[in-house]
Design a protein around this ligand. Structure first.
Ligand SMILES: Cc1cc2nc3c(=O)[nH]c(=O)nc-3n(C[C@H](O)[C@H](O)[C@H](O)COP(=O)(O)OP(=O)(O)OC[C@H]3O[C@@H](n4cnc5c(N)ncnc54)[C@H](O)[C@@H]3O)c2cc1C
Length: 443
């Protein structure tokens, strides 16, 4: 590794990872990966394992890794039922789930294959459930079957439904734990992790680093507002909720834009956890991108219900009252969001109402577990989804890579949209991004 790391290495609280607390860093590497969520970490790991002779650095703006989407999600290992057969999403989810289970086995990360029922409670949902079953089969989801009302009760004694799709290989895991282990592998392979490095500029460097005799071996400068600078040959960004802004600072288009959708969870009181054994999901409404409120057991024994989906007033705003003037103005002034809101006014208001009044959310959940009462639940945590949107108000459902033009463009790869379930798919996504980086950068 060329250059000087000006800060001492230290251990970040709670993560077990050695990271460098950043105070005016100046260093040089072959490749910089921006974004220490599960996608950036899996990608950095994949690249360093493929190219051990190159030097890598991962830059993360927070004090700790995987604090945002990768640390605020339902914790489900999806099996790949929902996605259009042949699509990247379908292939990456099915492969990603297998890779994730293997990874957890190898690294001793606990998970539970507690299964999942996708339950039809109305007759009109049965054809959609059957269509999902066909999709799942086409996507090579293993051991899927349709069960009747009696079968539902055998699996979930408190759940009522006409029929259900039973997916026994769906599981649960702590995705943050998985992400941190990706980071540990990356470090053990020689990668450097710099936290509190909020990238705000990516450009062609005008000169070699001060005191350096390396010439322009590392022509790209990645900077933060504190005056730190990492020089590199190539940059890859996996910025989650900020992926559009990271793209824009290197000269790419602002679109697709990221619009933050907060999802609030309710939590079952401990004495009511017996009501839920595995994952219980609704038949999704095809008009919306989210899977609908569901019952999800967690690795710590708790049970989460939700999440809903409401427009957040702040990217990374986990509380109802979190507000950022910049994020709010950005979202409201975007034609794509205006169009989306106009198309879905009733749905949006309904989600907001159910976010405020837990009784309304519980009413929906009672369709699946009639015994559930409002007094059985407490308000729980929240997550914020990075939803990519085009200017026509369409939700972008596929992966979007971007580079831009000129010298920066040939050396930068932005992952602008890594759609859910990107935690489940992370190891497969990492393979795909690494392939893309290899072909663009001739690594
Ligand atoms: C409510 C919710 C429930 C979900 N449930 C599931 C589930 O059950 N199963 C599943 O598989 N998936 C689930 N997902 C999806 C999954 O969590 C995400 O797709 C995945 O975590 C995305 O990872 P990421 O690395 O792209 O983003 P993130 O985890 O958000 O990471 C991006 C990182 O980039 C950093 N960053 C941003 N800008 C900068 C900058 N300028 N400089 C430096 N660093 C920067 C951020 O701080 C962050 O750490 C869920 C998501 C949500 C929100």
């Amino acid at each position: 590794m060329a250059g000087i790391l000006s800060a001492a290495r230290s251990r970040a609280a709670g993560t077990g990872l050695k990271v460098t607390a950043v105070r005016q860093i100046h260093s040089s590497h072959d490749v910089a990966v921006v974004g220490g969520g599960i996608v950036g970490l899996a990608t950095a790991r994949e690249l360093i394992l493929r190219h051990p002779a190159l030097s890598f650095v991962l830059l993360e703006k927070e004090k700790e890794l995987a604090l945002h989407q990768s640390g605020h999600n339902s914790g489900v290992v999806h099996s790949g039922i929902y996605y259009t057969p042949g699509s990247l999403k379908a292939r990456l989810c099915v492969r990603g789930a297998t890779l994730a289970y293997d990874f957890c086995d190898k690294k001793g990360i606990p998970y539970k294959k507690c299964g999942k029922l996708i339950v039809a409670v109305e007759q009109e949902e049965v054809p959609r459930m059957r269509a999902l079953y066909e999709r799942g089969l086409q996507n090579n989801v293993r051991d899927l079957r349709i069960i009747d009302a009696k079968g539902i009760r055998e699996r979930e004694p408190y759940c009522r439904g006409i029929a259900a799709l039973d997916s026994p290989h769906t599981g649960i895991v702590d995705w943050r734990k998985v992400a941190l282990r990706f980071g540990k592998d990356f470090e053990e392979a020689g990668g450097a992790v710099l936290t509190e490095f909020e990238v705000n500029n990516i450009s062609v460097a005008s000169e070699s680093p001060a005191g350096s005799s390396e010439g322009m071996k590392h022509p790209i400068a990645v900077r933060d507002a504190q005056g730190s600078e990492v020089r590199c040959r190539y940059v890859l960004t996996c910025g989650g909720l900020h992926s559009d802004r990271l793209s824009q600072i290197s000269g790419c288009s602002r679109e697709p834009r990221i619009v933050p959708f907060r999802g609030d969870y309710l939590v079952l009181k401990p004495e009511k956890r017996y009501l839920v054994k595995g994952n219980i999901y609704p038949i999704p409404d095809p008009r919306f991108p989210f899977l609908g409120v569901h019952f999800t057991p967690r690795m710590d024994g708790s049970v989460w219900l939700g999440p809903n989906a409401v427009l957040a007033f702040k990217r990374e705003g986990y509380n109802v009252y979190d507000f950022s003037a910049q994020d709010f103005a950005d979202a409201l002034s975007f034609r794509g969001l205006q169009k989306l809101v106009l198309k879905n006014v009733a749905y949006g208001l309904g989600e907001m109402y159910r976010g405020v009044f837990t009784g309304a959310q519980v009413k929906i959940l009672q369709k699946y577990i009639p015994e559930l009462q409002q007094s059985d639940v407490l308000r729980g945590p929240a997550g914020v989804r990075a939803q990519a949107l085009d200017r026509h108000g369409n939700l972008v459902d596929d992966f979007v890579f971007d580079g831009g033009v000129g010298e920066v463009g040939s050396r930068v790869l932005h992952v602008r949209n890594a759609p859910s379930p990107a935690a489940t798919s992370s190891l497969a996504i990492a393979e795909m991004i690494a392939d893309e980086a290899e072909s663009r950068f001739s690594l």
